[in-house]
Design a protein. Sequence first.
Length: 306
Amino acid sequence: MQLGMIGLGKMGANMSVRLIRGGHEIIASDLNPLALQAVAELGATPATDMADLVKRLVAPRAVWVMIPAGIPTENTILQLSELLSPGDIVIDGGNSNYKDTVRRGQLLAAKNIFMVDCGTSGGVWGLENGYSMMIGGDKAAVEHLTPIFQTLAPTPELGWGHVGSVGAGHFAKMIHNGIEYGMMQAFAEGFAILEAKTDYNFSLEQLGRIWQTGSVIRSWLLDLTTEALAADAKLEDIAAFVPDSGEGRWTVFEAIDLNVSAPIITLSLERRIRSREAAPFADKMLAIMRNAFGGHTYLREEKKDT
């Protein structure tokens, strides 16, 4: 099957390689000429720009967009809407907000172009392990793309599915990432308590290895965590700064809108935000209030020489 691929970052390139290995023809386009050259050397056909990519595809065309959410995806889909023809399909495999996906789907539907949103999990490991894919969109369009999804999934039958209309795939991926936030925070806190219990001088790697087999908390996330601890047991080269892609925020907003209590996901998001504050103002407020009502001492920050 033929597929246009826009976006050749690490994950997009790995997906292209997996598709090529599966016998699919990939027409690739990317702003980075080095990324385009690399995937071309692996068997993809390079396109000079989006117009060239569309011209090289045989109708009905299918174009997979694998670029950062927000303005980059917005502009790309708008350009494709002017280049594609009725019956063609746009697949957004990035982490777009499902509300944006619904709106883009309506824009494309007005031109009789199908929108398929594919919430994609698996990261850079997907090349070897396959990708987990939650897919939203028109049933006929998804069925047409089935060979693509079967090639990218861990197996043709497992790890992917059509979960609903346009936007459903990205909504499901948003919740997936929210759950991931909570799981990561629980592992982080547990290992932090173990590290602080100096009486026993625990080997965190050893405990991770023990839990990998037979325990209730065994998981791929634990596997990755244990390997990281094996490489750097004290995490001395790691800054305590945790970004977020936005999907945890969207999950929390959605929980509030739906009146669903989600304290674990919410607190894990807040903890990530806290990790980026070098000297939280709220903590300074707590120190000064404690001093004001109880006369408790507080520390003063050392002034840096200028």
